[in-house]
Design a protein around this ligand. Structure first.
Ligand code: MG
Length: 259
């Protein structure tokens, strides 16, 4: 199995990065792995930590309509260039954490996506250079208030609520381009979304290159590569699980926001 890189909070409160072993023990690293973090002698048992999102990005750059069939299901064309938007870092939540359904919306959707984690400062890169700046891969849910996305005309509010970016559970260094992404709701065995990663219109290297011509990407930043067809509605109480072959699965539940 591929090495799994995690970020966690110890029961003492301290945050750190680590390597997750098959027995759920974690070998602690002395820095983020993309900043040359090295294994220390410290090993944590499963009850001595809980997982956080696997990185703490300065920004999350997301891409709209990057799978042709998803663009079509919402009545849109595939854009002639990548369509970018930002999600604030405060959207990020850990695997297992709660997505809060905002009172301003009556229609909140899941969007299962492959997330790229940037390992090195990235400005004005070619696609080949950009590919080398992608340190690893994880899973994201680009949660979207679909009604507000339509009424606002731009997407800041629809995509930007606190808890609207579940991320994790860990990062792997390599990904098979033929890996399948699937999204499952509650106990329904049939996936709501199911697509091969390589069906995306603009590849990871092209996306990171395109973004790097606008803004500098920093180590730990995250790029969401778009969702395939099959997006749908979440209800309070739902469990949503996104799986990508070769990475793992990211599961979160939906709850109403407490007053
Ligand atoms: Mg999306």
């Amino acid at each position: 199995m591929a090495q799994r890189y995690v970020r966690l909070q110890k029961t003492t409160g301290k945050l750190c990065y680590g390597l997750l072993q098959l027995d759920r023990q974690v070998q602690v690293l002395d820095a983020p792995p993309w900043l040359s973090g090295q294994p220390t002698d410290e090993v944590l048992a499963a009850q001595e930590y809980h997982l956080l999102a696997p990185c703490a990005p300065s920004k999350i750059i997301a891409v709209g309509r990057n799978y042709a069939q998803h663009a079509a299901e919402l009545g849109n064309e595939v854009p002639k260039q990548p369509l970018l938007f930002l999600k604030p870092p405060t959207t990020v939540i850990a695997p297992g954490a709660i997505v809060y359904y905002p009172p301003q919306s009556n229609r909140v959707d899941y969007e299962g996506e492959l997330a790229l984690v940037i390992g090195d400062r990235c400005t004005d890169c070619t696609p080949e250079q950009a590919q080398a700046k992608i340190w690893g891969y994880t899973i994201a849910n680009d949660v979207t208030a679909r009604d507000l996305q339509k009424t606002d005309g731009q997407w800041t509010r629809a995509k930007g609520f606190d808890t609207f970016c579940p991320l994790g559970p860990w990062i792997v260094r390599e990904l098979n381009p033929e890996a399948r992404l699937q999204t499952f709701l509650n106990d329904t065995p049939k996936p709501a979304q199911s697509a091969i990663i390589s069906e995306m219109v603009y590849s990871p290297g092209v996306l990171v290159s395109y973004i790097s011509q606008v803004m500098t990407l920093l180590p730990g930043d995250v790029v969401l590569t778009g969702t395939p067809e099959g997006v749908g509605e979440l209800q309070v109480g739902d469990r949503v699980r996104i799986e990508i072959e070769g990475i793992g699965s990211l599961e979160n539940t939906v709850a109403s926001k407490l007053p």
